[in-house]
Structure formats: C-alpha cells, structure tokens
Design a protein around this ligand. Structure first.
Ligand code: DON
Length: 354
C-alpha cells in the first residue's frame, strides 16, 4: 500500500468516526464546526522524519573537514556534534541527532542583524551603504573592501556585517546589544545567551576584524565608534545556539517573518525577499553559487559549524556539525540539508510541469 493510499484510508476512517461521533453526541457536546480555512497542508513527497533519518545515517560517520581554529575556542568544540532540525511554516518540528548541544552562531548572526537594520531603516539603507553583491572573495577579505572602497559587497561578509552592526541604533552599547540579542531571541523563540569562552577567545584574536572595521570607517561606511561595532559584532558571533534554535530562526524567515512556533511577528513580510536574496547571493561565501546550484535554497553558514537554509513558504532547516571545508562551511551540514530539502521538494527552482 502506498503512503498516499494509507493516508487516504486514514482520512476516510477519521471522517466516518467523526460523523458517527457527532450523531451520538447531545447537542451541547457537538464538536465545533470545521474551520473555514483548514490548516495548511504541506505536500511533501516523503515524510520529513524519513528524510532526516536517511541524511543522518548517511553522513554521521563522515570524517571530512576540520574545526575552525583561527578562533582558538572553536578548535576545542566536539567535532562529533551532529544534529538536523526541520520546522515547517505551520510549526511542526522534526529532529534527528544532537539538537541540544550549543555552538556559537558565528556568521549566521549576520542574517539577523541585517534583518534588524532593514526592518528599522529599510532595504536601501543596506544596499546604499555596503551593497548586496557577492564579492567572490573570502569572508574576511580586505582586498574586497579595497576593490570598490567598501561598496559593492554585502552584509554577510565581515566588512558589510560589522558595518550593519554599526547601523543598529541605541543610546549606548547596552541598548544596541539588547536590540541585537532581543532580535535573535525572537527569531529563535527563546532567550539566547553568549558563550563567554568563545567571545573572550575571539575578542583576543580579532585584530583582522578590527582592521576591517577601521577601513570601513575610513571609507565612511561606519559613521562612528568602529571598534565598538567590531566588539559588538564579535559578541553577536558568540551567541550560543542549538540546531533547534537555528531551525526556528530559519523557519521564521520561511514563514514571512512570523515565528511559526511562538506566533510572534519578528520582521515584516515585505522585508523577507531582500533578506533571502542576500542569503542566496552570498550565504555560503565564495561557494554560494555552488550551493545554490545543488540546493536552490537561500542559506547561511557559520564557522561554529551551523548552517541554516530556507524553503520559502515551506520550511526552515538547520544542521550543526563543526568540521568545515576550505570555504568555511560545515561539510556534513551542507550535505545533510541539501539531501533533506531535495527529498522534500524544497528547492523553489524545481517545478513539476503542468
Ligand atoms: O568574524 C569572524 O571571523 C567570525 N566571527 C565569523 C566568521 C564566520 O562564521 C564565517 N563563516 N563561514
């Protein structure tokens, strides 16, 4: 029996049961009439649980890549952490593997600071200040700044990201930080915190990012306090997240800015296409094209080992596995997300002819 036949039989049995039940009940206990618009049904070609389990089994033993070590604390993270979570736009949560261990969010944070700035100041604020184009360079490239004097880049590479952080407004550092952490927490659906060992470790070794911040200040993209912007950026990269947090953040983007688990509107739906477009263009750095070619999903990676991806209107998905490839993207997380999404028809470019 096919899954579809089984589902149809199950549906018929439910309907018959409901009719019999309704006949037997006194008027006061009659069930409420069916909703005018029943909950959205997501037509996955296979079950998300099966797709997650298959990807987990296939990749759990893979030994490619290595933890980032240019931030000393990251080299000490357990390389065997591996978890995948998918959350649909109607709030269903599917998990496999380790979904409780926290890693630092790292560059994935850049998406949510960009979203905060776009929400508060509009799309043009980002486009005009640092651009929305791929650099084709490494995420911390100084050559990329020099090429167009800090323009023609995007908020997902370090120069653009530190500049975006500098654009978050507040009376003082505490207020700016509160806004950033509050935004991330709303996306994740729980109060997030900082992994202090990671923050300390990166703050001691982030001289290159300080230089990047000074250069963006010199070119007029950061208006004031470049070293404070760099420090807040370093702290935002050290926020601790597990795979479920990341998937909830991705699912909020998939659901037009409304967290499908908590129901809170975090960012207006009108701003989501811009955020997803930058993720599609530059989310996996100089491997963004390769990623889009195979998965078709706007996504973002971080050197902590996490990756989020968004199937607009369908689901958000995240995986964590610390060992990275040469571009700085988690090896297992890329493979697992790509497989799960392709099994579930998540690629928005893949269309069945009518
Ligand atoms: O600024 C850095 O180097 C890190 N805090 C973040 C880099 C990162 O996650 C790049 N990701 N692939």
């Amino acid at each position: 029996m096919t899954t579809r036949t089984r589902k149809r039989m199950f549906g018929t049995a439910l309907l018959a049961g409901a009719l019999l039940g309704a006949l037997a009940l006194p008027a006061a206990a009659q069930p409420a009439p069916a909703a005018k618009h029943p909950a959205q049904v997501l037509p996955f070609p296979t079950s998300p649980d099966a797709a997650l389990a298959a990807a987990y089994e296939k990749y759990k033993g893979l030994k490619e890549g290595a933890n980032a070590d240019y931030i000393p604390a990251l080299a000490k993270v357990d390389p065997n952490i591996f978890g995948i979570v998918l959350i649909t736009v109607d709030g269903k949560v599917y998990t496999v593997g380790d979904v409780t261990s926290e890693v630092s969010i790292q560059s994935i944070s850049k998406v949510f600071t960009m979203a905060r700035v776009i929400q508060d100041q509009g799309e043009l604020s980002i486009e005009d200040n640092m651009g929305v184009d791929a650099t084709g360079q490494a995420f911390n490239s100084i050559v990329a700044i020099e090429q167009y004097k800090g323009k023609e880049m995007n908020p997902l590479v370090n120069p653009g990201a530190i500049t975006a952080t500098s654009m978050v407004t507040g009376a003082n550092r505490e207020e700016i930080w509160g806004k950033i952490l509050g935004t991330y927490s709303d996306f994740a659906g729980r109060k997030l915190g900082v992994l202090q060992d990671v923050y300390k470790s990166e703050a001691e070794t982030n001289q290159r990012n300080q230089a990047i911040a000074m250069l963006m200040y010199a070119y007029g993209h950061i208006k004031e306090n470049p070293l404070q912007a760099c420090d807040i950026y370093t702290e935002q990269c050290s926020v601790g997240v597990n795979a479920r947090d990341l998937a909830t953040m991705a699912a909020t983007l998939a659901n037009g800015g409304k967290n499908p688990v908590t129901g809170k509107v975090v960012i207006d739906a009108a701003h989501i296409p811009g955020v997803l477009a930058v993720m599609a263009t530059a989310g996996l750095y100089d491997d963004s094209g390769k990623w889009l070619y195979h998965a078709g999903l706007p996504a973002k990676s971080g050197v902590g080992g996490g990756i989020i991806a968004v199937s607009p209107g369908k689901f958000g998905i995240a995986a964590i596995s610390p060992p990275l490839d040469a571009a700085g993207n988690s090896v297992k997380a890329q493979k697992a997300i790509r497989d799960v999404s392709n099994a579930l028809g998540g690629n928005p470019y893949a269309v069945t002819p009518k």
